[in-house]
Design a protein around this ligand. Sequence first.
Ligand code: PXL
Length: 275
Amino acid sequence: MTNSSPPAIPLKHALTIATSDSGAGAGIQADLKTFAAHGVYGLSVLCAVTAQNTTAVTAMECLSPATVTAQLQAIYDDIPVEAIKIGLLGNAENTRAVAEFLAAKYPHTPLVLDPVMVSTSGHVFLPPDAVEALKTLMAQAMVITPNLMEAATLWGRPITGEAEQLEAGRALLATGAKSVLVKGGHGRTPEANDLLVEAGGEAAWFRGPRIGTPNTHGTGCSLSSAIAANLASGLTLREAVSRAKEYVAGGLRHSINLGHGPGPLNHFHRYYHFN
Ligand code: PXL
């Protein structure tokens, strides 16, 4: 081996079950880039395809639950999975198919569930029956990662400050999720503070400055994938969240001016920046 060869690292595998974003800033593309940036082998199960760029989502088509399950089975039959991230599943049928498969085959694998319902550009991704199905899947999660709007929707009450952020986090433990990360990125305060509420109601704040950039597309996808990658590498949940927040902050500091709307973060900011 020469001095210049890269280091050998343990092979860990993270699986994303999510939807394609043709602009590749969010969705399954963001998840796979995040896994790669963490030195974790990324596996993917595609649930739907969106046609979108930085300005709008113009079409979406779901794959059949049979095709979703076949992808899960193909991976299960051949490749180990140390952590799973769930993003946009598209409809109630796919959500139920995923819930059934994970309960049967991956009952002890750490599951990070990002309850994506509406895109930042305002596109409603999930019909109401899919939101109900998603609530059932939350009971299988190690952590769910709602932003303030998603947490308010799931809780059924508005969140206007940190006291309510904490109340919402505690209330959402009733979903059955082992812990809840209520992300503060969509607030209006100078800081973007995320709150982790763990079983029993114990809470930990992860504080950080709000990073002034319009390019925030895919932030939620990337954070939940970074948490999953860190869990796959064997970190505790708190450490996984803390490092994931740092990773996303770095990506936002070096975010990419792509297209005419909000661009994505730079998933590989630790390796190169664009000028
Ligand atoms: O960031 C949520 C999200 C998840 N999945 C897909 C998306 C988006 C946001 O645009 O496009 C496919």
